[in-house]
Ligand binder design. Structure first.
Ligand code: HEM
Length: 398
């Protein structure tokens, strides 16, 4: 499906084209110049804005752009039969008013104070991972490092043992990275739901200090929260908290492996670290979401019909020269940096404090122990794309 090569990116883009996944920036530059909101019939059809101002405007306008279907790929009903049990992924797929109260239930788990409590574990984890390969002089900075970190921190928040990490990662890949493959999506989704049903029974019998136990005791307007919503919030935490940050850490490692001066600068000037983290998030933003238009609406001269899908191209917005000077340069201490890597408006990332902490700690611990490293000779860097874009394999030597 959709395998014919793209000849016109303004009318027929393919977000899963392997060259685009590996390097989408020239395509967005071209589109911004000639057709800032492109359209394609592939993958169910969608619009692709490339300018910061358009992406920002759509993200803020939740009255006209609904979140009922945030997946970047669409399927007809015959292509994807409905699952036996489905769970909502609130708050990300909810509009107001449900969005407001489901988001409120989750936010305390990702406050600054909570995230500080997860930091010592994250630091110890990064060092444990580095211990595993430092003697060998080589590693896959994406597979052996970036991929291993966020899923373990999420396991801690859910109160399950670290040895669930590979299983969770597999399910998240099934539903996000392989969203174009019916069988894999069904496999990942059904296994995750079955697991959450078991966890629900277990937490109801033996509550602990974890996200699901907390949600099971929560009340909204004097009523307990329905089981399916509790399961959905925990499922979203796993789905949104793993691949996203893994991709950001992987891109940061790839950047530092290919820009040794920047790695050295972070060692010499640790005070710029907070700015550097924002810059790495901007330049290599991993996440694209979608919206559905509620009624016919025109955006920057484009006539969108009710029910159309619009891709929230946060990564493209973050490379818009109208918003960022020299957007393709990574300037570690960039001062003006109102990036939208975490989105904008009511759905802005609920886990951004956690993501920033994990990215900062992962970079700090690596450069402390492995200050000088580079891509291995003939290294093959591979990419995943679509909803979340990031490097899957970054072979480095040191
Ligand atoms: C670098 C890592 C991350 C990036 C770039 C990122 C990006 C985003 C973006 C762009 C959105 C907006 C969605 C929309 O507009 O439809 C979002 C929402 C969300 N993110 Fe993240 N995210 C990251 C890490 C995390 C982590 C670690 C968690 C925690 C488990 C998390 C949980 C969420 C949740 C729950 C939402 C939904 C918020 C809502 O709908 O109100 N994210 N994220």
């Amino acid at each position: 499906m959709d395998s014919k090569p793209v000849t016109d990116w303004t009318t027929d883009y393919d977000i899963l084209d392997p060259d685009y996944v590996a390097d989408p920036y020239p395509v967005w530059d071209d589109l911004r110049g000639q057709c800032p909101i492109a359209h394609s019939d592939r993958w169910g059809g969608s619009w692709l804005p490339t300018k910061y101002s358009d992406v920002q405007r759509i993200a803020q306008d939740h009255a006209h752009f609904s979140s009922i279907d945030v997946g970047v790929l669409s399927f007809t009903d015959e292509e994807r039969p409905p699952p036996p049990i489905d769970i909502p992924l609130h708050p990300i797929d909810a509009d107001q008013p449900v969005h407001t109260w489901t988001r409120r239930l989750l936010l305390p788990w990702f406050s600054h104070t909570r995230v500080e409590q997860y930091e010592p574990y994250t630091r110890e984890l990064c060092n444990r991972l580095i211990d595993g390969f430092i003697e060998s002089g080589s590693a896959d900075a994406a597979g052996d490092y970036a991929r291993q970190i966020p899923v373990r921190v999420i396991s801690l928040i859910i109160g399950v043992p670290e040895d669930m990490a590979d299983t969770f990662t597999g399910w998240v890949q099934d539903v996000l990275e392989f969203a174009h493959d019916e069988a894999r999506v069904a496999r990942g989704r059904d296994a995750l739901i079955a697991y959450l049903l078991g966890l629900l029974a277990e937490r109801r019998a033996n509550p602990g200090d974890d996200l699901m136990s907390d949600l099971l005791h929560a009340e909204v307007d004097g009523e307990p929260v329905a089981d399916l919503i509790v399961m959905g919030i925990v499922a979203l935490t796993i789905i949104a908290g793993v691949d996203t940050t893994w991709s950001s850490i992987g891109s940061a490692m790839l950047h530092l492996a290919t820009h040794p001066d920047d790695a050295q600068r972070l060692l010499d000037e640790p005070e710029i670290m907070p700015l550097a983290i924002e810059e790495l998030l901007r330049a290599y933003s991993p996440v694209t979401m979608a919206r559905i238009t509620v009624e016919d609406i025109e955006v920057a001269g484009c006539p969108m019909k009710a029910g159309d899908k619009v891709l929230m191209n946060f990564p493209g917005a973050n490379r818009d020269p109208e918003m960022f000077e020299h957007p393709d340069d990574v300037i570690l201490d960039r001062a003006q940096n109102r990036h939208v890597a975490f989105g904008a408006g009511i759905h802005r990332c609920a886990g951004s404090n956690l993501a920033r902490m994990e990215l900062r700690v992962a970079v700090e611990e690596w450069i402390k122990r492995i200050p000088s490293f580079r891509l291995a000779d003939n290294a093959e860097v591979t990419w995943a794309g679509g909803q979340v874009r990031g490097p899957r394999q970054v072979p480095v030597v040191f």
